[in-house]
Design a binder for this molecule. Structure first.
Ligand SMILES: C[S@@+](CC[C@H](N)C(=O)[O-])C[C@H]1O[C@@H](n2cnc3c(N)ncnc32)[C@H](O)[C@@H]1O
Length: 196
């Protein structure tokens, strides 16, 4: 990613312009866990921010890799994990170039990262997601439904997402598992996509 984009996100974190941050793990993740839809394994959380979902996944026995380009939230995440006696691989890096040395993951938990990028970057990011999830693995995706057209977060309609995550690579369910509201004024559709 271009340095000016990295600077943009760093500046937002430094100025506390983090309206996406729930201060706790998303109810979406709790719902998937409670429903038994997630089996512990290697999972990546790209653009994790403060990474409350990382704590929850680690507490449920997942081997979690948490990735973000900004160091400050990652420092907070590392501190919280240590205080709670949890472990995760917390990585400062760029989603557009990152690949784990052990290869693809069993799953990726995608929350408010795709919708944070200018739509022109979506094909590149979708390709990263394709490469990160092993065949047979799962992409847990929360697609932002916004009443506005300019972001971030950028509207990510099911039609747009189906065109991005094509049938050639992904098996789509008939419908979303659920809708979760966000107090920032949008809602998310939770989909589980299976990698072919
Ligand atoms: C909208 S926030 C979402 C944070 C978190 N997923 C959540 O739901 O609270 C987007 C996150 O992506 C990070 N980010 C932006 N560009 C990135 C990049 N190229 N590589 C890694 N992380 C990036 C930002 O620093 C920010 O923490």
């Amino acid at each position: 990613m271009a340095t000016d984009q990295a600077n943009y996100w760093h500046q937002r974190w430094l100025e506390g312009k983090t309206g996406w941050d729930r201060g706790d793990a998303s109810p979406a993740l709790r719902r998937w866990l409670d429903a038994g839809h997630m089996t512990p394994g290697r999972i990546l959380v790209p653009g994790c921010g403060n990474g409350y979902e990382v704590d929850l996944l680690a507490a449920h026995g997942f081997s979690v890799t948490a990735l973000d380009i900004v160091p400050e939230p990652l420092a907070a995440l590392r501190e919280r994990l240590a205080a709670r006696g949890l472990t995760a691989d917390v990585v400062e890096g760029d989603v557009f170039t990152y690949m784990h040395p052990d290869g693809p993951f069993d799953a990726v938990y995608e929350q408010t990262c795709l919708c944070a990028f200018d739509p022109a970057l979506r094909p590149d990011y979708a390709e990263r997601l394709r490469q990160w999830v092993r065949p047979g693995g799962t992409l847990y995706a929360l697609f932002a439904q916004t009443p506005w057209r300019n972001g971030p977060p950028f509207h990510s309609s099911p039609e747009q997402m189906r065109a991005l995550f094509t049938d050639a690579d992904w098996i789509w369910p008939a419908e979303a598992d659920f809708t979760v509201p966000h107090e920032a004024g949008f809602h998310e559709l939770g989909y589980r996509l299976r990698r072919r």
